[in-house]
Design a protein around this ligand. Sequence first.
Ligand code: ATP
Ligand code: MG
Length: 412
Amino acid sequence: MQIPKSLPEFYTGSPVDAPDLRYRSAFLDDLWDTLEAKHVLLTAPRRTGKTSIMDHLRAFPKSGYAVVYENVQDLDHPAEFFAALLSRFYDEHPKVFRDTLGKSWDLVKIALGKIKEIGISEFKVALRESDPDWRAKWKLHGERFLQQVRKHDTPILLIVDELPDMLLNLKGGDPELLREFLAWFRTQRQNPKPKQDKVRWLIGGSVNLSSTLDSVGMVDLINDLEDVPLPVLTVEEVMDFVSTMLTERGVGLDPGVPARLAARLGRPIPLFMQMITQDLYRRWKKRERALGVADVDAAFADLVISNAARDKLQHYYSRIARYYDGSKVSAAHTLLSRLSLSDGGLSRSRLLQDFEQILAAEGVAWPAHQRKQQFNQLLRDLENDFYVAEITADQFDFASGILKSWWKKYYA
Ligand SMILES: Nc1ncnc2c1ncn2[C@@H]1O[C@H](COP(=O)(O)OP(=O)(O)OP(=O)(O)O)[C@@H](O)[C@H]1O
Ligand SMILES: [Mg+2]
């Protein structure tokens, strides 16, 4: 059978190419509407499709925006942040860049000259060479950059992916610099007001920015951003994905297959939805007989122990140590282990008891109200990060079926 040309490939890790992105058109329309008047914080857990959304904004911009996208995960200084944004701007929109920045900003003129004369290929390198004090003068240069852009007709959408990681890097290196940067950045976003501004910011990341900044008393420095959560794919969307991706490839399916897959997936992490569906397709290719519900169960069992899934799943375990505070690391690991062993999840009061035991074993002597408050915060973080979901009133379980089986196998 001929596979239709318009049928997307399976994406099992990289962002989905803009023309292949499905189930997001209403969200994208709303997002563009929100950007008319606001700066946006796009939040969603790991592997759920944030970068795919950002790539779509870049590929199909509205209202004449020039879109600049940069992933700042590994940066650890505000000066690097602006150098990276400028460099990307130069690469992606050379003409707008020259018109807005290259004509009347001496520093950029010198950098452009260096590129021409000595063939430096990266703009950020040329920039650093043009001003050895670049790092110390980040505020000055940042302000100048925004001022210049604001004078031009073309509106600019600056997309900053994984900003929470950069903020954590800053916090680790110099907490005062983190505060200074956040305070400065907030002022830039409010003056002029977004509606009157040519510059729009869209900030994204999979780390829960509010709770990270809350723990260091800085959450007020981002509360002007419009918090836009990326919607979770619905059961209908998951079932549609499974049936179209398979039947349009000529795969025969028992009618119960899509529903079984959706049920086993639990709260769908789109990456896992893709991996399981691809696995089913490969099974079918080997034998070319219609797939049944038992094939779905076999695909799940295999995925949990496959090499392809291991790194992706391992990440969910390791990220707790990086992003959760102090004694919450071992508490999170232990609570998740207990949940992974349960049949249908555990009640809130049972989890609180377990949490108190863990604290006692670690010699943490908090008063009762503090224990309860820390517990509630931990449970909220685990919910926001997609580890757990409240399945019925006061009863919690792993949000993802795959993660639960994997956790049980390797960590419980
Ligand atoms: N609309 C969608 N339909 C189907 N699958 C999707 C969709 N969006 C994302 N995915 C799946 O999720 C994976 C990750 O997408 P993407 O990189 O955009 O997510 P992310 O949230 O930015 O991930 P990370 O947390 O790693 O940065 C893709 O490889 C694909 O498997
Ligand atoms: Mg991403």
